[in-house]
Design a protein around this ligand. Structure first.
Ligand SMILES: CC(C)(COP(=O)(O)OP(=O)(O)OC[C@H]1O[C@@H](n2cnc3c(N)ncnc32)[C@H](O)[C@@H]1OP(=O)(O)O)[C@@H](O)C(=O)NCCC(=O)NCCS
Length: 155
């Protein structure tokens, strides 16, 4: 299946569609919903949509680094619609996310992976902490990847 990715503008109609997809995949099954405060905090974050043709198939959100660690980005809210899973869309989103972060000077990316998604990220070069922790009622693991090392080409 052919996938394309594009950045979407916070607050736009398309952004609203990506929020609904994230809520359907990541919150509703847990009996949770986004609060207005939570969505307002996303105004400074990058929103990357995954498409197949004109159909929205997935989304991921990228959090710029804090002022004290200007090269450390965070990847969050990765969701592919059930009908499009297992077809390489998730891989396309991770690759596009890393491209966007690298282009903005990222050296390291960190994420909180649901236990079920740990093998997926591991296959993309992310390493996991030993300890799990609870977030939005389910077990997660902190995972990270050095983007500089991943792009290092030996002579
Ligand atoms: C995790 C998630 C984003 C992965 O998305 P995806 O589109 O299924 O990802 P991919 O298709 O790239 O890879 C998934 C699997 O399909 C396989 N695959 C990749 N390309 C494929 C292709 N062209 N044809 C068939 N299978 C393929 C991969 O080997 C991979 O197998 P694995 O799960 O055993 O590693 C998706 O399952 C999801 O949204 N899950 C629910 C929400 C969630 O857990 N999000 C992460 C929060 S931390």
């Amino acid at each position: 299946m052919e996938f394309q990715t594009s950045l979407v503008t916070y607050g736009s109609v398309v952004w609203g569609e990506t929020v609904r997809l994230r809520e359907t995949v990541l919150r509703t099954p847990l009996g949770l919903a986004f609060s207005n405060d939570e969505l307002a905090r996303e105004s400074a974050q990058l929103h990357l949509a995954l498409y197949t043709g004109a159909t929205l198939a997935g989304v991921v959100v990228l959090v710029p680094p804090p002022a004290n660690d200007v090269r450390a980005w965070k990847l969050r809210q990765m969701a592919v619609a059930p009908a499009f899973r297992g077809k390489g869309g998730g891989a396309a989103l991770v690759a596009a996310a890393e491209r966007e972060m690298r282009a903005r000077g990222a050296a390291q990316v960190m994420l909180h992976a649901r236990e079920t998604a740990v093998p997926f990220y591991a296959r993309h070069g992310y390493r996991a902490d030993d300890e799990a922790f609870e977030e939005v009622t389910i077990q997660h693991r902190r995972m990270w990847k050095e983007l500089d090392a991943a792009t290092c080409i030996l002579p």
